[in-house]
Structure formats: structure tokens, C-alpha cells
Design a protein around this ligand. Structure first.
Ligand SMILES: *Cc1c(COP(=O)(O)O)cnc(C)c1O
Length: 355
């Protein structure tokens, strides 16, 4: 820390991203990226002429990308705002809505929520999960406070039912209920259909996982036009050109290639189910994940140890060194071949560690 840092941030604990290895080749199952490339339409969209146009600023309204997103969900354009990854959208939402009221979110969830709360001086209430890692909605029914829930939740992959989300929305007529749907395309139900009924619902999504564009940094929010206008005001007060020209093109092309999107997410879901079955046969415990990752405990191997042993075998997974999830690994669903290698490595580790 320099002597110049505002003391307000002295205790800030930044978010720790998963490792992005250089050099050695790993099977990379640690940051929930897609094992498949983006839609071929994305590559077609990035022409030489578009690269030459990088001398010009990008469209601050993200008009064509917003249109593509609105068309996909059957919404109006004023119900959509885009961001530099959904992380930026989440930051705008904490900034715009949470200062007075604070926010409640699960104690085990996306690691950025407490970081944003700290950064923006937002009062955060971390609500413990049930023993089986499911979310009990009762503690979220207190009006006067905003609610932030990842659905499916991270890193458990467990999803709430839409009627549970609706119960939370009804308890909070004057607060924002933010549903982070980063993983919703892998089998959970989106709350998009609730938008006409609830002007306090804000849905946040990303192109990073189900659309294989993590490096493109494209996220978006869906909600009532007034909520979206507030987020847009944050964007124009911070960085109007928050998406570059190439990500804008990539995002729109990807959103319009519905067939490719469904094929990729379908494959990942099928691989997830096959992998889960194979791991259960080895005695692993896991949640019923509806995301593009599995949340797994190896029998007789502590979480940190399991992560290290996998790393030694050339496989990266995510481990969170905190109760009550310390013995679990979050394992991204990769390609069939990658997951076969993972299952084999797990089988070896369980056998070796038992000796
Ligand atoms: C990955 C992830 C995000 C962030 O996605 P980006 O769009 O890449 O910034 C947000 N929320 C959750 C729950 C995530 O897992």
C-alpha cells in the first residue's frame, strides 16, 4: 500500500480471480469458461474493416447489441443495458441502489458481492446457507433492504424456484431484488418472465459462460426501464464507451446465433450429467448443480489437498478455503475429453490418498 491510498480503502480485500496460467498446459476447469469457441458468426463479424474502425469510438448506446439482447428475450430496448462484463453491471447496481438500504446476499455466493459492498460503503448482510447449501428464502423477506442472489448460486450450482424468487420480490415492493443469472442457461429457469409483474426486479447476465465470450467482457442487465435508466446514468457517469467496438460486434453476433448457443449449452449440460454420474460412482459427494460447474467433495481427501493433487496432474480447479465449503472443489464442466481426464485423475487421487 502506498502512503497515498485513501484510508477508506486500506482494509479493502479485493476479489481474487481464478488462476490464468501461462506456460505450462493445464486442463483448465477453474474459472467456468466455455470449453467451446464462440459462435462462428462472431469470427465472421470481426472483419478487417471493423478492425480498421477501431480508430473510432464505440457506440455508447450499444444499440445493435441491445437490440439483439432485447429480441432474444422479447423485451423492449429500454429494458436492457450493457456493461464491461456483468461485474461492471453489478458494480453499477451496488452503486446506484444499495447505498442507503444495504444489501442482503448469501454468505456463500459470488465473491464479488462483498467486495463491491466494501468498495462502495454499502452495508452488507451475509445470510448463511442451509446445511445442504440450499438458500432459505425466509431471511430475505425483510423489507427495507435490497437483495442480491445468484441463481443458480455460485459455487454450489443450486437454483431457487421462480416462485421463491417471486416471494422475495413481493416482500420487497420498494427495494431492488437483483438476480444474477450468470449460470442460468445451463438448466435453471430465468426470472425474465417476471419482469412485466415486478418493477423492482433486476436481472444480470453475462456472455462469459454460456456464450463463450469471457475474454470479450460483455454483460447486461434486464429490468424495468426506470431501473435500466438508473444503471445507464451510472455508466454515463463512469465510462460511456464501456464496451469496445469488437465486443459489441461479438456480442450481437453471438446473441443472434441461437442454434449454436443451444447446441453448446446442451452439450455442457450433457457432459455435466455424465461427469456427475461417474464421480458419484467413485464415492464423491456433490450438489445438484444446474450450472456449468460441479461442486464436488472427494471421499477421504481434504479440499486443499485435492486441488493440489489435481494441479500436480495438470488439472486446475477452484477451491475456496473457507467454512463450510472447505472440502469442496468447484470444477468447471469442460469438454468430454477434459472431463474424462478429470474423472480419471480423481479416481487415481482417491486411490493414492487411501494408501
Ligand atoms: C462469472 C460471474 C459473473 C461475472 O461475469 P463477467 O460477465 O465475466 O464479469 C457474475 N456473477 C457470477 C455469479 C459469476 O459467476
Amino acid at each position: 500500500m502506498s502512503r497515498f491510498l485513501d484510508p477508506r480503502y486500506a482494509a479493502l480485500e479485493p476479489y481474487t480471480p481464478g488462476e490464468q496460467p501461462r506456460g505450462r498446459k493445464f486442463i483448465k476447469l477453474n474459472t467456468n469458461e466455455s470449453p467451446y469457441p464462440p459462435s462462428p458468426k462472431v469470427i465472421e463479424a470481426i472483419s478487417r474493416a471493423e478492425v480498421e474502425d477501431l480508430r473510432l469510438y464505440s457506440d455508447p448506446t450499444a444499440n445493435d447489441l441491445v437490440r439483439a439482447i432485447a429480441e432474444f428475450y422479447g423485451l423492449e430496448k429500454d429494458q436492457v443495458v450493457t456493461g464491461n462484463g456483468s461485474d461492471e453491471i453489478l458494480a453499477f447496481a451496488f452503486l446506484a441502489f444499495c447505498g442507503q438500504k444495504g444489501a442482503a446476499f448469501p454468505a456463500i455466493s459470488y465473491g464479488f458481492y462483498p467486495v463491491f459492498a466494501e468498495l462502495f460503503g454499502v452495508r452488507a448482510r451475509a445470510v448463511p446457507l442451509n446445511a445442504d447449501f440450499t438458500i432459505d428464502i425466509a431471511p430475505y423477506l425483510v423489507p427495507g433492504e435490497n437483495v442480491v442472489i445468484a441463481n443458480p448460486n455460485a459455487p454450489t450450482g443450486l437454483a431457487l424456484e421462480l416462485d421463491q424468487i417471486e416471494t422475495i420480490l413481493r416482500a420487497h415492493p420498494d427495494d431492488v431484488v437483483l438476480i444474477d443469472e450468470a449460470y442460468v442457461d445451463f438448466g435453471a429457469r430465468s426470472a425474465v418472465g417476471l419482469l412485466p409483474k415486478y418493477d423492482n426486479l433486476l436481472i444480470v447476465q453475462t456472455f462469459s459462460k454460456s456464450r463463450a465470450l469471457a475474454g470479450g467482457r460483455i454483460g447486461f442487465a434486464l429490468g424495468n426501464p426506470a431501473l435500466i435508466a438508473d444503471l445507464s446514468a451510472m455508466k454515463y457517469s463512469f465510462n460511456p464507451y464501456n464496451l469496445g467496438r469488437l465486443p459489441l460486434l461479438a456480442g450481437a453476433a453471438s446473441m443472434r446465433d441461437v442454434g449454436y448457443f443451444r447446441a453448446c449449452t446442451g452439450r455442457i449440460i450433457a457432459t455435466r450429467e455424465r461427469t456427475a454420474k461417474a464421480l458419484k460412482a467413485l464415492g464423491c459427494a456433490m450438489t445438484d448443480s444446474l450450472a456449468n460447474f460441479l461442486f464436488v467433495r472427494l471421499p477421504g481427501v481434504a479440499g486443499g489437498r485435492a486441488q493440489q493433487r489435481l494441479r500436480d496432474k495438470g488439472i486446475l480447479v477452484r477451491w475456496f478455503d473457507r467454512a463450510p465449503i472447505r472440502d469442496y472443489l468447484r470444477v468447471t464442466v469442460g469438454s468430454e475429453e477434459e472431463m474424462a481426464a478429470f474423472v480419471q485423475a480423481v479416481e487415481e487421487i482417491i486411490r493414492e490418498e487411501a494408501q
